[in-house]
Design a protein around this ligand. Sequence first.
Ligand SMILES: C[S@@+](CC[C@H](N)C(=O)[O-])C[C@H]1O[C@@H](n2cnc3c(N)ncnc32)[C@H](O)[C@@H]1O
Length: 359
Amino acid sequence: MTTQAAGLPAVDPALSWSEAELPERERTKHVHRLHPYLGKFVPQLAEAFLRRYARPGQLVWDPFAGSGTTLVEANALGLRAAGCDLSAFNCLLAEVKTAPYEPHALVADVAWLSAPGAQPPPAIASPYLSRWFAPAALAELQAFRARIAGTAYPGLWRVVLSRAARSARLARHDDLDFPREPVRGEYFCHKHRRVCRPVGEANKFLRRYVRDAACRVREFGESRSDAAVTVLEGDSREVDPPGPVDLVFTSPPYPGLIDYHEQHAYAFELLGLERRDPDEIGRGVRGYCEDVAAVLRRARRALRRDGRVVVVVNDSRGLYDGILAAAGLRLEERILREVNRRTGRRAGAYYEEILVARP
Ligand SMILES: C[S@@+](CC[C@H](N)C(=O)[O-])C[C@H]1O[C@@H](n2cnc3c(N)ncnc32)[C@H](O)[C@@H]1O
């Protein structure tokens, strides 16, 4: 990697894809768009480093697995993959994205979920659900949830239920990531540049996302290998990979950027999942370096001697030289890539670093 006079790495053009080189449909190909997730890296970045540092049959470990991008890409390359995440919803996402699906059972599930069914008696809604959903939308979501019990792939349909719930919330269309207050009347929408109304139903989303999810898992089925995928739900300060690791590829949370539980609050509520907010790393700066170092130290202990630890991070606070040293890792290469931002109202250049380290 070329190094500039100031000692900073130059931007690596091969990893700084433009919109034309890497359009959204490629960044969100097959299972990577099963459910929105703020803070994931593009699959093509994972693929580039998995190809560079791992060979088929070897084990890749991602201690901050998130929505499972590393696991999906590793599996497609024939690598064994294991990941850990604190969030029960993220683990569900990663499992569903990497699972095998039998085409006939999938078709039967879609038919069952699309058939008109008897309306179940209204379930008791939590204060959160009553606040964030119109009564009709909530009834439709709860009816769908009841039908999931009769399917072959309940995990997949639980993710679809969550995706539909996200779209059917009483949230402004231009503030879907972290809506603060429900909207109950008309409002000027900055996304659609017109007056919009809050959503009153969920069935149209459920129908659309059932079909979309079935197509997406079938499409990934064409590149999916039989290599094992393990998803471990837990605190990665305390969880070990399931064997000697050849490559660690991960992107840790960063202080004050994204609340990984809150972004899926509706899913935790509807699916009855347990939240572990206080154990989330990156909720504050205090303790952050020690926590990430503890995770990487544990990963280093499981690493084979010639293995690498590759960390993707926008280290705006300059914390990672210290973190890697505290984890007993030596920085081998520091790569900078420009991230092409197309979504949301965020604008301007944004850079991501890829830190390649060894024991
Ligand atoms: C930057 S995201 C990873 C995104 C992932 N690379 C992807 O493409 O989906 C960081 C993840 O770390 C998880 N996390 C935060 N604290 C954790 C902890 N103590 N143990 C395990 N995972 C944790 C968050 O839930 C979040 O999913």
